[in-house]
Structures are given as structure tokens and as C-alpha cells.
Design a protein around this ligand. Sequence first.
Ligand code: TTP
Ligand code: MG
Length: 384
Amino acid sequence: MVKVNFEYGRTTDLTTRDHSSKQPTHKKIIHIDMDCFYAAVEIKHNPKLRGRPIAVGGRPEERSVICTASYEARKYGVKAAISSYRALKLCPHLILIPPDFEKYQAESEAIHEIFERFTPKIEPLSLDEAYLDVSENQAFKGSAFLTAQEIRRLIFKERKLTASAGIAENKFLAKIASDWKKPNGQFLITPQMAPSFIDQLAIEKFPGVGKVTSKKLYSLGIKNGSDLKKYSEHELRNMLGSFGDHLYLLCRGIDEREVETSNERKSLTVEYTYPKDLITLAECEEKLAIIFKDFEERFLDYEENMKEYNYAPLIKGLVVKLKFHDFKSTTLERFTNVKFPSLEQYYLLLKEAFLRYQKPVRLIGLGVRLKPAPGGGRQLEIWK
Ligand code: TTP
Ligand code: MG
């Protein structure tokens, strides 16, 4: 299965400048996240599926994974990223539907158009998720809560889909809040509520805290935001490197990231999942040459499309991704400003990535990271 990924501009960096003298920003941010998005779109197109355990994903014999599942299927443990094979074992009467990205893309665009009625400051994170900055919005006497309610009402009325929303003074809290009343709910974290909310927030809910970091923190007795706050910036940095700086700010409710409206493409990658694992580096190299050809075509296509917007994509780095037979993956990136990468450069990255684990490979991806377009490029289609 070939997949082409185009990612939007987004930053994961939180500002780490001196914040001791910082005035509160009092922004109003809404984070919208559609409920069971791909599954909900499929149900909308075929109402007979409603109330039944369905999942969107590829066939098990193609060694595919599940993209998402309806709530009925989630009861059986079927969820995103597990293999379709496992999903069918967990729920033998699961209705497995192949993904139809054009349908999801069309819904995503229609939902985006609803957002635009309320604010121009929209940052899409994926097809089903976006941040909206409504600080300047005068609708509902400036109430971000009522604005979120109206957006969700319109999504339901016009698209027959449900969304959840989080409302807060920054992106970090808004995103957590949108998960709080899922599905089809919304939750507001006021600036007054924020400190106590963060104090009791489990560390694994902090963005970027995955299994490894949470294990490390738990082993030190750090379970929630209030535990985190007991550590100095220096101590957290010693423990977790630069990520410690982020956590130091987050547990104090500080997240100054702006809603980034420019949605120019920041990377272009092509990946391929193999029906049979690739055992040796030589086998991977052979496949890499084929993927490289595909990538070359896609890149030239993209360059051609962008001419219309007077934008020439500039490469800032190369990337190779490997996924292994046990679904673990590794990504290797190299900063470079070549005009166009060579296959030899990718061979070097592949070798390094392969030698990291030396395990059978099920997926190879390669591509480039791009410099942001001056003035913000325009988004073309996400999926091809
Ligand atoms: P999510 O918003 O993470 O999930 P969801 O909308 O299906 O469910 P929830 O109600 O919990 O928000 O992801 C949005 C869509 O992105 C999802 O419908 C399918 C796709 N997706 C994948 O293809 N693979 C993945 O691993 C994940 C997490 C999502
Ligand atoms: Mg969602």
C-alpha cells in the first residue's frame, strides 16, 4: 500500500523565553476534534452501519492497520493503529471498511468552511482536527464557549457529523479539554480553573509524554501536574533534556504558541508497506530505489502545481522512516539544503536507520522536509 503524506505547517516548540515577567495573554482558543471521524463519515454514507461495530482500515491479508473504529467496535478493544488482523480477532463480527480519503477530505473542507464563518485564524492539525483563535470574535458577545457550541451545531446540522470542542486560553489546554467530554461534547477551562485542572492532570495527558517518559516520571513519583511543579526548570531539563523545559512551562499553564494560519505544506513523503518483511539491508536498498522514483515524480508534480502560486518548494532536510515487523518505527532526518536529493543520500540514511535495530522491515518511507513558503503557501490536495 502506498501512502503519500503531506503535513501542514505546525510547530511543536513551546516558547522557552523568559516568562517570569510575562503578562497573561488571555487568548481564546477553541480546539475542534471530530468524533470517530473516518467511521462517522462512512456511517453517514451508509446509515445501515449505525449502531454496529465498524472499523476503517485495510484488509488483514494486506497487513494493514485500523485507522479508527466506531464506539460499538471500541468496546471490543478495536482502536486506531492495531492491525486489522488483531481487530478481527478481538471482534469477529467487525465490519471492516477500506478507507476512502477523498470522502474524508471533502468533509474536512466543508467543516473548514464552517470554521471560516467565525474566524480567519484556523490551524488544521489533520483532516478532523483544528485550532481556532476566536480572541477577536464578536459573535455571542465574545463568548468562545457559545461560539464553539454554534460551530458544533452547524457541523451537525449541515454535515450530519458530531464534533467535540475544548475551549481555553491556550492550545495546550484547549486540546486536552476537547477530549474531556467526548463524544459530542465540549469543555471549557477558564484561566481561573487552569491551575487546579493542570495540578490533577495525569502526566501522560501532557503532549509529548509517551510511554517512555511517563514510565520515567512515574518511577520518580511524578504522577500529575502538581508533582511536576515541584521540580525546578534545571531539574526537569536534567531529567528530560529540552523536553523538560516544555514541561516546566506546561505544568504552569504556559503555552504561548500562536494558532498558525499558514497551512503551507511542510513535508512531502512517500511510504510503502510490503506484504512480506524485508530481512536484509540489500533488500531494503532495492526497494528504496523504487520508492525514490515514485517520490521524484510526486515532488516534480508538486513543484509544478506550486508554480501557480509563484512558490518554489525549498528542501531543508531529508527523511527516511522504517517500520519493523513488530510495528516499532524509527525516523531519521538530515538537514540539508540540496536542490533535489539523490538516491545515494537516501541509501546512507536507510543504512543508518536499518542498523539501529536490524529487524525485519515492513514499511519504508522517504521524503523531504520543506522550508515554509514566504507569506504562506496555499494548501493543495492532501491525498493523491
Ligand atoms: P482521531 O481524532 O485521533 O480519532 P477519531 O476521530 O477517529 O476518534 P475520536 O472520537 O477519539 O476523536 O483521528 C482522526 C482520524 O484520523 C481517524 O478517524 C482516522 C485517522 N487516524 C488514522 O488513520 N490512524 C491513526 O492512528 C489515528 C489515531 C487516526
Ligand atoms: Mg477525532
